[in-house]
Write a protein that binds this ligand. Structure first.
Ligand SMILES: Cc1ncc(C[n+]2csc(CCOP(=O)(O)OP(=O)(O)O)c2C)c(N)n1
Ligand code: SF4
Ligand SMILES: [Mg+2]
Length: 268
């Protein structure tokens, strides 16, 4: 199948603002899936609610646009009943780590085979620019007109500490790295987390005077560096991108089946 076969062209034009990074994530995902060679009928995409979650409407897999913060709960239900399917779970930063934070850390802990994509634009885009747990100290938002004093979560550190067996960070600027990282995440037989730093020029950019959508893209280039690079030692403020964790642990559905078989044999 080709990239265009994974897209629902009939629903275009999409709802995203000019310069929004979410469409680049859609592109990256379509290319990643193409690289895996997966049949689209074997893929289920489960999203919550948000501008980011609209991605499920545009991709031609089995798709569920569920409840804000609950995408992983629905996805775990699908995966445990049909373990042979490939689960992709795109979420916003608010969706994944604010209202959905508890589901997120426990999904990491369980190592269930699916790919969680956190589309981090550091804001609640869909509802008008409220600050999220990823906005960060010193930022402005419609709900923080005099400056946000909450510190931000680090998605990579949090997913790693909670036990995710594949953890990576990509950006909407680095369009060639994104499909490669997503492909590796999808192929990984466990719980994969990919944070994608992506611009929301309409709210985060405007509130924080970050300039045009192009300026925001250039900032993604300037503020990040490949993981383990010398640049990070010289400038600790740089944010690393790439793959941070890749390890094998027993997968949840396989373990569950093992227990079922064991119970059948022993009758207890
Ligand atoms: C249970 C529930 N609470 C709140 C909302 C309102 N709501 C919809 S989207 C959203 C935040 C979206 O932000 P994010 O997840 O970061 O996605 P983005 O729009 O930035 O891509 C909120 C609070 C909702 N739909 N359901
Ligand atoms: S409000 Fe922000 S996140 Fe939502 S579509 Fe517009 S640019 Fe994208
Ligand atoms: Mg957001």
């Amino acid at each position: 199948m080709a990239v265009k076969d994974y897209i629902r062209g009939r629903f275009f034009p999409h709802i995203w603002c000019p310069g929004c990074g979410h469409g680049i994530v859609l592109n990256g995902l379509a290319r990643a899936v193409e690289k895996t060679g997966l049949n689209k009928n074997d893929i289920v995409m489960v999203s919550g609610i948000g501008c980011s979650s609209r991605i499920a409407g545009y991709m031609d897999f089995h798709t569920l646009n569920t409840i804000h913060g609950r995408a992983l709960a629905f996805a775990i239900g699908v995966k445990t009943s049909r373990p042979e399917l490939t689960l992709l779970v795109p979420m916003g930063d608010g969706d994944a780590l604010s209202i959905g934070g508890n589901h997120f850390i426990h999904a990491c802990r369980r190592n269930i085979d699916m790919t969680a994509i956190v589309m981090n634009n550091r804001v609640y885009g869909m509802t008008g620019g409220q600050y999220s747990p990823l906005s960060g100290y010193g930022t402005l938002a419609t709900t923080a007109p005099y400056t946000n004093i909450d510190q931000a979560f680090d998605v990579v550190s949090m997913a790693t500490a909670a036990g995710a067996t594949f953890v990576a960070r990509a950006t909407a600027y680095h369009v060639h790295e994104l499909p490669d990282i997503l492909e590796e995440a999808i192929r990984h037989p466990g719980f994969s987390v990919v944070e994608v730093m992506t611009p929301c020029p309409t709210y985060f950019g405007r509130k924080n005077k970050e300039g045009s959508a192009v300026d925001m893209m250039e900032r993604l280039k300037d503020m990040t560096t490949p993981v383990g690079s010398k640049a990070k030692q010289e400038n600790p403020a740089l944010i690393e991108r790439g793959i941070f964790v890749k390890k094998n642990l027993p997968e949840y559905c396989a373990e569950y089946q093992r227990i079922v078989e064991q119970a059948k044999k022993t009758g207890s």
